[in-house]
Write a protein that binds this ligand. Structure first.
Ligand code: SAM
Length: 273
């Protein structure tokens, strides 16, 4: 008996119409649907008249459930995994099973569709030439700020997911660390209250004043622009790295490479004060 296939099926991030014909067909044809939360996904499946047996693989049970699903796949059953919204494995469970299936030589078939990150980026107006997906930042302030500091020199567009109760804190930290960069806050994409705020980080923060923060949000921030970097910002970065224990030469090398500046010029300037 050949192994069954594992389908990674993207589902809507709000609007139930955002599902591909292929995704519906696959969900109707597989033997089992593995859902992050079966109760949540039932609504979508009912909408499309899909009545397949479901199993839950929510993150705390992901390891144990993955082994059960591997057994089913080995016995020839085909499985589709879906998450609560968007693409499984993207800031959602799924990775454990996918990795195990690959190790077992089971076919893993992507059924592409929505993901909040790409939907938000596509409408952001920020550079899509090169971008980097960060997903959720650490929830604790000190760790979040540390992570943002690590990203401060990143020249590519940055994409973040964030829980609604941390949106204001995270944007405030970004204002401190990324300064006056352009950003986009994409709220409730594909849903009734969809809204896309564009501006500098502080403009976005100002426009949130006196408003109720509700719903789901993607934050997109412009990458550090090499051509706009002033030498004193680069010097600040060098000082910050040196405070963290790097030697002057090493700090100059890191910053010069990140900003595309001359190492010698930066080194000489860093000695001036
Ligand atoms: N797997 C999903 C995907 O492919 O986009 C992401 C799931 S992650 C647990 C949930 C986060 O995605 C939310 O906190 C929010 O940052 C973002 N998100 C999901 N749906 C969204 C929507 N309709 N509008 C804005 N952000 C959304």
């Amino acid at each position: 008996m050949p192994y069954g296939k594992l389908y990674i099926v993207s589902t809507p991030i709000g609007n139930l119409e955002d599902i591909t014909l292929r995704a519906i067909r696959v969900l109707k044809e597989v033997d089992v649907i593995a859902a992050e939360d079966t109760r949540h996904s039932r609504k979508l499946l009912n909408h499309y008249g899909i009545t397949k047996p479901m199993i839950s693989y929510w993150s705390e049970k992901e390891k144990v459930r993955s082994e059960e699903m591997i057994e089913k796949l080995r016995s020839g059953l085909s499985i589709a995994i879906i998450s609560d919204a968007g693409t499984p494995g993207i800031s959602d469970p799924g990775a454990v099973l996918i990795k195990r299936a690959i190790d077992e030589g089971i076919d893993v078939v992507p059924i592409p569709g929505p993901s909040a990150a790409i939907a938000a980026l596509s409408a952001s107006g920020l550079s899509t030439e090169e971008f980097t997906f960060i997903g959720f930042l650490p929830p604790k302030t000190a760790q979040r700020q540390k992570r943002l500091n690590e990203l401060a020199l990143e020249p590519r567009t940055l994409i973040f997911y964030e829980a609604l109760h941390r949106i204001l804190d995270t944007l405030s930290d970004m204002k401190e660390i990324f300064a006056e960069r352009n950003a986009v806050l994409a709220k409730e994409i594909t849903k009734m209250h969809e809204e896309i705020l564009r501006g500098t980080i502080s403009e976005i923060l100002d426009s949130l004043e006196n408003r109720t923060i509700a719903g789901e949000y993607v934050i997109i921030v412009e990458g550090m622009k090499r051509e706009n970097v002033q030498i004193d910002i680069a010097l600040d970065e060098i000082r910050a790295l040196m405070r963290k224990g790097k030697g002057r030469k090493e700090a100059v090398k890191i910053v010069a490479e990140a900003y595309g500046l001359s190492k010698k010029e930066l080194y000489d300037k860093s000695l001036e004060g």
